[in-house]
Write a protein that binds this ligand. Structure first.
Ligand code: ZN
Length: 159
């Protein structure tokens, strides 16, 4: 049972499209995070998406706050917005597990429902699976997340 239990696939698709557009138009947690302890840049040369992700991580490894800035296509911005929303409050370890879930879900063959169920509203991103070039837009912020947590100095690039 997921949070959208009982809805048809068509209804879900419309809902997800709305969700993506909403986050692209009104990105959550957009801007520089002055209290950041971690940050990483993500670059997707294929589309021209470029963003920087900021994390404020406490001594116990919990992500207290997150934000991003930069510019890119609607998918990359919506994905970064959904990312910040979904990782605040998580332990770094759990955020990395979410990275695995999202990236493997977006690159998996259709029908890998087991992954999907865990994603909640991040399932909205799964629509891009039909557009291989867009997968990199959707996963960019997630690669930046992994780089930030691992404190990598070089930008996360999709190419
Ligand atoms: Zn893009």
């Amino acid at each position: 049972m997921n949070e959208f239990g009982g809805m048809s696939n068509d209804e879900l698709r419309d809902l997800y499209r709305e969700l993506i557009l909403d986050h692209a138009r009104k990105p959550r947690h957009f801007g520089k995070l002055e209290s950041a302890t971690h940050s990483a840049e993500g670059i997707n040369p294929l589309c021209g998406d470029k963003l920087r992700l900021y994390l404020q991580v406490d001594a116990a490894g919990n992500i207290r706050d997150a934000a991003f800035e930069g510019s890119g296509c609607a998918i990359s911005v919506a994905s970064a917005s959904l990312l910040t929303d979904s990782i605040i409050g998580l332990h770094e370890r759990d955020a990395l597990a979410k990275f695995e879930d999202v990236t493997s879900s977006l690159t998996a063959s259709a029908g890998d429902v087991q992954r999907s169920i865990k994603l909640g509203k991040l399932r909205a991103l799964e629509g891009v699976r039909q557009f291989p070039a867009r997968v990199k837009c959707a996963t960019l912020a997630w690669h930046a997340l992994r780089s930030a947590i691992n404190q990598q100095a070089t930008p996360a690039r999709t190419e």
